[in-house]
Design a protein around this ligand. Structure first.
Ligand SMILES: [Zn+2]
Length: 211
């Protein structure tokens, strides 16, 4: 942590891939203003809490990580929110959830001049300043194109802070050389008895993570 900086406040809004009244889909909130994935944003936050969020980072295009983007846009249509992800993720979002079929096309609504959502493309391994943070997308192994994010508090340096893997599988260690976080948040979907399923589906169990 940079000298003089205050510690990041992290809230786990959802850490599951199956939803119920007790289990929310994946969303993590940093300092109330930066969201990592959008599986459990609207179901976990009041309107007042939603109103503080400025940017949403998406790790990949699977439904349980992007599901709340349209509902969040509708509830916060009085302002513009940045949605950041790689090209592959933003394409899925644009072509499936934001194509104007099941909700307004929020990238052009309420008006093309002042849309509620702005999609911003991130390049793997290239740090980007987002407000007071530096964000570094690093590809991780999964069943579709996925990045983890190192989020640091110094907007000019991608070191320290946290690394959130998003969904990830065996081979995660290849990203070690690009990151140096103080805290790791890692997807462990399966228990060890289902290690074959974890391997097949691009997820981890504890024993695979250990390797
Ligand atoms: Zn996934």
């Amino acid at each position: 942590m940079p000298k003089g900086a205050k510690a990041m406040e992290i809230r786990f809004l959802g850490v599951h891939n199956l939803e119920s009244v007790n289990t929310k889909l994946t969303s993590i909130l940093v300092d109330d203003i930066l969201a990592l994935d959008a599986g459990g944003l609207t179901s976990s936050l009041s309107f007042e809490e939603q109103a503080r969020i400025r940017s949403i980072l998406l790790t990949h295009g699977h439904y349980d990580h992007i599901r709340d983007v349209p509902a969040f846009a509708l509830a916060n249509s009085d302002r513009t929110i940045d949605i950041l992800g790689t090209e592959a993720t933003l394409e899925i979002l644009s072509n499936r959830l934001l194509d104007g079929t099941i909700y307004p096309k929020f990238t052009e609504w309420p008006s093309p001049e002042r849309p509620v959502l702005k999609l911003k493309k991130l390049e793997p391994y290239q740090a980007r300043s987002i407000g007071d943070y530096s964000v570094l997308p690093v590809p991780v192994p999964h069943s579709g194109p996925t990045v983890g994010y190192q989020v640091s508090e110094a907007s000019d340096s991608p070191a320290g802070g946290l690394f959130f893997t998003g969904d990830t599988g065996a081979g995660l260690s290849e990203c070690w050389e690009y990151i140096s976080p103080e805290l790791m948040l890692v997807d462990i979907t399966f228990s060890n008895e289902f290690s074959d399923a974890a391997r097949e589906r691009g997820h981890l169990c504890l024993s695979l993570f250990g390797k």
